[in-house]
Design a protein around this ligand. Structure first.
Ligand code: NAD
Ligand code: GLY
Length: 349
């Protein structure tokens, strides 16, 4: 399966089992033989797939090198990216060379940021290996790192030149990260693919994984093409995220995963939309049923006041408008603007 994302410089997304072994030949369609390629990966993923990717690149005539960092969000720092810059500089990378991001969203975001900024921008290829990265983060060009005062606060839009999705890599992904990615998969069903949503209820996701990934990526492609720089329509990708982020914050960013938090966020906001007459009755019930089927939580112990309060970045946002993502019904999302101060009454039964 394949798609092309029509951004300023269009790029292909290839989706196929066993694709990892063809990394070199796919890159050779874009980059001249003899170019340098740096594989950036984390300490869990590189031992599993690094050799295969490096070998494939070498066979295609690329001069390969690698940079491996300790796995986990705690590595998503400017200092880690600086270690990539050091490697790129030591190896004499120029603008005709490229980076290969092999791993989950943390790897893709950091390797992409290094590519966006080294020599004011070099090319990069995404090889996502988590469900979350395959259905979401590897497409669309959002790259960046965390700062001590907040997640993803520094970054750049930098589209990859190619995305290679090999669903076979998910066979080694721990269940907890698979479940986490399901939060985003269900989100895609909610915002733009009713057929996907229904099929996830009727069948097990693993029976038709390639089709599920394809549908999510196709939805992301559509949205990114319409609003590459995230100034309007792309915000629908944040369905469930405003309240989800608040819940993650209340949990001190541990104990509740991103996918779990987004799941609860989707239920709460759909319920509020139904009460306000903006969302079709029964929508939140359908979301609850699907989240439960995939072992994701559907409620939290925090009060609506606490959740609403935690959505405020700072005191100043209280006087500002909030753009919430609501559903008209499953498969149809829209942006709803309201004063931030009205959020508590909007959320409360
Ligand atoms: P991750 O990259 O940390 O991967 C999760 C864990 O799975 C890690 O321990 C990793 O080593 C391991 N892993 C990855 N692939 C594996 C495999 N095939 N087999 C075994 N283990 C494997 O986290 P993630 O959940 O993929 O991504 C989360 C990050 O993505 C966050 O930093 C978030 O901000 C970012 N994100 C970015 C975008 C975007 O558009 N750029 C969108 C959503 C999320
Ligand atoms: N994952 C949100 C975005 O790409 O815009």
């Amino acid at each position: 399966m394949e798609l092309t994302v029509q951004t300023a410089k269009p790029y292909r997304i290839l989706l196929e089992r066993g694709l990892l072994a063809h990394t070199g030949e796919k890159c050779a369609e874009l980059f001249p033989c003899g170019s340098r390629a740096m594989v950036i990966s984390d300490s869990n993923v590189f031992p599993l797939y690094g050799e295969q990717v490096m070998d494939s690149l070498k066979q295609a005539g690329f001069l390969t090198t690698s940079c491996v960092f300790p796995a986990g969000e705690q590595s998503k720092l400017l200092s880690t990216v600086e270690s990539f810059y050091r490697g790129l500089a030591e190896e004499g990378f120029t603008r005709s060379d490229f980076i290969v991001a092999l791993g989950g969203g943390v790897t893709g975001d950091m390797a992409g940021f290094a590519a966006a900024t080294f020599l004011r921008g070099i090319d990069f290829v995404q090889i996502p290996t988590t469900l979350l990265a395959q259905v979401d983060s590897s497409v669309g060009g959002k790259t960046g790192v965390d700062l001590p005062f907040g997640k993803n606060l520094v970054g750049a839009f930098h589209q990859p030149r190619l995305v290679l999705i090999d669903p076979d890599t998910l066979s080694t992904l721990p269940d907890t990260y698979f479940a986490d990615g399901m939060g985003e998969v269900i989100k895609y069903g909610c915002i733009c693919r009713k057929e996907l949503f229904d099929s996830l209820l009727e069948r097990d996701v693993k029976e038709h994984l390639e089709d599920v990934i394809f549908q999510c990526v196709d939805c992301k492609r559509e949205v990114v093409e319409e609003d590459t720089l995230d100034k309007g329509r792309r915000m629908i990708l944040n369905f469930g995220h405003t309240l989800g982020h608040a819940l993650e914050k209340l949990h001190g960013f541990s104990g509740l995963s991103h996918g779990e938090a987004v799941g609860i966020g989707m239920v709460l906001i759909a319920r509020a939309g139904e009460r306000a007459g903006l969302t079709a009755a029964g929508t939140s019930g359908k979301i609850v049923a699907l989240l439960k089927k995939y072992g994701l939580p559907v409620a939290s112990d925090w009060s609506m006041e606490e959740i609403a309060e935690a959505t405020a970045l700072d005191k100043k946002s209280a006087g500002k408008d909030l753009r919430l993502i609501l559903l008209r019904e499953i498969g149809d999302a829209f942006i709803y603007t309201m004063p931030h101060k009205n959020l508590i009454s909007f959320l409360k039964p």
